[in-house]
Design a protein around this ligand. Structure first.
Ligand code: NAI
Length: 740
């Protein structure tokens, strides 16, 4: 940091978040360095300190202006501290937080001398709002530098003037895009949009900002034509209307924040800055108190907590190289996230050239998409590809200390793989199986080192799905668990440690949901009607669309295993058998519940899925004449209630360690509606007694499989909830049945 500048240091040594240094006699630099924290987040109590620093600078004679920068390595300000929000009891209190932000950032905006933000690292949420209040911004060209307003992802809006300053700086369309998606920009993208005024190497960041101050700020280029056009109110309103329509088609009315963002920006642009601020504070207060925002914030806390957990009482091994057995759909994806996100060397072993080539191609294709979108340089792609290699033997895998197995779903084959790995490995490698249905203890049955065998269950497509289930069996040791959890995190995944029983957690709660959808179909509800019912409930795709996506053969393979272990409630109607026998595998062979034409690309995107046409020939195949007698709400209730009841059983049986893990698993593994926070938060919001009552009613109508499980009945009787109302406890909510 500008060590080469002539510096007269007057840095305070108190435990303050802000300190002032004077550079080259006449430029003040405010360093933000929140004590005892890894990253800077803004807290309400900082306002006073910050105002005092501004005052101190103002009374320093001869100052030409100020630079605001971070005292932390690689982090500017990650956002406002959202635990402040949890303390708000009503809309008015939450609005006050926003208003306090307005007052503070207005002080920067109206400061009599130029203030420049010098940004390196994450500059997000409240951090970017602070930077927006400065008179100009310069940022480093480092990959760690990211700018964005992610509040919408927590069901909120930027509450410290961001909704007003951003459109005035970069124009309404770009500002809406950033606020409605919450996406983060790299330095060059930010420069292109005019969000920052200069991008420089980190080594000269502070010097450049100091020079900007000395020059008296920056000269902005003439206003962009798009902004000029929008000086017409009519045109502006058209932009707002189309943004609203687009937002509604995405949210389906489940998330209130996007509409509020559009409304607040519109107010500010049509009625002026002060009206905009007032509306921003009001809307912020309202959003804070919505159940949707509370659910999204709880999920955020849960994922953050999981990131800090090691999964076991042991230190993870340092991973030197990862081996992947099987270069199919899953193996290819696992190799990619290991080499790209994990930055680890990975060697794929398959029995056929095709398998190896296919896996290498998987990484190449995904990296090339990034190169085309300019999110990666060609040389960076080459560097990642240099970490991936393939073989038909075990050559080059002898020293890998983690081997991930993703061969065909066949117990004898997987046991054989364990034996082969134990024989060839010089490191006594960890053997992590990606099985979707086979019990891990059976895979480890003949192992010489069963303590090294573990389940590591990814979801398809591996590069997109954020969850993995880590499944220790009875004899897996703690180091193995910790190492695999650490590896999953390195691959960019959220890991939950789950119990070794049929279906583990995610597939176990998904199966009864899918079976119930199939029962609705047998009873005469159409495929579109059922899928639409669950999409309207909030799932990204309906159950039949999902089956087509994952492969009907894959999706149904697990059912007999679940029936054998847990009984009739997992029994699917015969129609699924008929569908599989008709060689309908879904999207992968272009034949399923829906029509595919020629689009059978394995690397699919959810967004296309909801637009397909049902393959009507399926009705005669399964002997159903659709007549839609149930409402969509009825269908959704039947399918979802089966899932909720099973999730509660999983908690009771220790398959998941906590309701929190169960929520994270369902949202990130299946797409359970995030605005409900997950199945357990959802049951809490319905009321456990009400959940039990609904299940009992369904049991009368549709049979025993709906009977509420013991845990739910006990909880209803004792008036309990899964989570405490106290925000502090929410994150640590542990298994209730232990406490009973
Ligand atoms: P896949 O059929 O696409 O690939 C399996 C690969 O294993 C093939 O390339 C095959 O040549 C290779 N292979 C077979 N025997 C081998 C051996 N002895 N040594 C090395 N390679 C060998 O299968 P997919 O879909 O990738 O599944 C793999 C595993 O992942 C299975 O256990 C499956 O249950 C599990 N899984 C699958 C999911 C999915 O959605 N497809 C989701 C989660 C888990």
């Amino acid at each position: 940091m500008a060590q080469n500048s002539a510096t007269e240091v007057a840095r305070e040594t108190t435990q303050q978040a802000f300190s002032l240094e004077i550079y080259g006699e006449n430029v003040g630099v405010i360093f933000i360095d929140v004590p005892n924290e890894k990253v800077n987040t803004l807290k309400a109590e900082f306002a006073e300190q910050f105002l005092a620093i501004l005052q101190q600078a103002q009374s320093t004679s001869g100052l030409k202006g100020l630079v605001i920068t971070s005292g932390k390595k690689d982090n500017f300000i990650a956002g406002a501290d959202i635990s402040m929000i949890a303390g708000c009891e009503n809309k008015a209190q939450a609005s006050e937080l926003s208003k306090a932000g307005h007052v503070l950032f207005d002080k920067i905006d109206n400061y009599p001398l130029p203030i420049i933000a010098a940004i390196h690292g994450a500059c997000l949420g409240g951090g970017l709002e602070l930077a927006l209040a400065c008179h100009a911004r310069v940022c480093s060209n480092d990959n760690k530098t990211k700018l964005g307003l992610p509040e919408v992802q927590l069901g909120l809006l930027p509450g410290s003037g961001g909704t007003q300053r951003l459109p005035r700086l970069i124009g309404i369309p770009h500002a809406l895009d950033l606020m409605l998606t919450g996406r983060q920009l790299k330095a060059k993208q930010a420069l292109k949009l005019g969000l920052v005024d200069d991008v420089v190497p980190e080594s000269i960041l502070l010097d450049v900002a100091v020079k900007m101050v000395k020059k008296g700020g920056v000269q902005r280029p003439a206003i962009h034509w798009q902004q000029r056009l929008l000086s017409s109110k009519l045109l502006r309103n058209k932009v707002f209307d189309s943004a609203k329509q687009k937002a509604l088609s995405k949210t389906k009315g489940h998330y209130p924040a996007p509409e509020k963002i559009i409304h607040v920006v519109k107010t500010g642009m049509n009625k002026g800055l002060q009206a905009g601020y007032a509306e921003e504070a009001k809307a912020f207060g309202e959003l804070v108190m919505t159940p949707e925002s509370a659910a999204l914030r709880n999920l955020f806390f849960a994922v953050t907590a999981l990131k800090n957990e090691t999964g076991a009482q042991a230190t993870p091994l340092k991973i030197n190289q990862v081996g992947v057995l099987g270069g199919g759909l899953m193996g290819g994806g696992i190799a990619y996230v290991t080499a790209f996100q994990g930055k680890l060397p990975v060697r794929i072993k398959d029995i056929s050239d095709k398998g190896v080539t296919q896996a290498l191609r998987y990484s190449w294709d995904l990296l090339t998409q990034r190169v085309i979108k300019r999110r990666l340089l060609a040389r960076e792609r080459a560097a990642v590809m240099a970490r991936v290699s393939g073989t038909l033997s075990y050559q080059g895998l002898e020293n890998a200390n983690v081997i991930i197995e993703a061969v065909f779903e066949d117990l004898a084959l997987k046991q054989k793989m364990v034996a082969e790995v134990e024989k060839m490995s010089k490191q006594q490698a960890i053997f992590a199986s990606n099985t979707s249905s086979l019990p891990i203890h059976q895979i480890a049955q003949n192992a010489t080192h069963p303590e090294k065998v573990i389940g590591l269950h990814y979801f398809s497509p591996v590069d997109k799905m954020p969850l993995v289930e880590v499944i220790p069996h009875q004899h897996t040791d703690e180091t193995t668990i910790a190492t695999v959890v650490a590896l999953a995190k390195r691959q960019g995944k959220t890991a939950i440690v789950v119990g070794d029983d049929a279906g583990f957690y995610v597939n176990r709660i998904l199966a009864p949901f899918l079976c119930e959808a199939a029962r609705c179909l047998v009873e005469g509800e159409s495929i579109e009607h059922i899928d639409r019912a669950l999409v309207e409930f909030g799932f990204p795709v309906g159950p039949f669309n999902l089956l087509d996506e994952v492969g009907i053969d894959v999706g149904t393979k697990i059912l007999p295993i679940l029936v054998e272990r847990f009984g009739e409630r997992f029994k699917a109607p015969d129609l699924l058998d008929k569908v599989v026998k008709d060689d309908r595998k879904g999207k992968k062979n272009g034949k399923g519940f829906y029509e595919y034409g020629h689009h059978t690309n394995k690397l699919w995107f959810w967004k296309k899925a909801n637009k397909r046409q049902v393959d009507k020939t399926i009705y005669s195949l399964i002997g159903v004449v659709p007549n839609n007698t149930l409402t969509k709400a009825d269908i959704a209730q039947r399918c979802v209630m089966m899932m909720l009841n099973e999730a509660a059983r999983c908690l009771d049986e220790n398959i998941i360690k906590s309701a929190r893990d169960g929520d994270v698993g369902a949202v990130f593994g299946i797409g359970f509606p995030p605005f409900f926070g997950g199945p357990f938060r959802y049951m809490d919001s319905l009321g456990i007694a009400k959940t039990v009552e609904t299940l009992n009613n369904l049991a009368v109508k549709y049979g025993d499989k709906f009977e509420p499980c013991e845990l739910l009945c006990n909880m209803a009787e004792n008036n309990q909830t899964f989570f405490s109302a106290n925000a502090e406890d929410e994150v640590n909510a542990t298994k209730l049945s232990n406490e009973q």
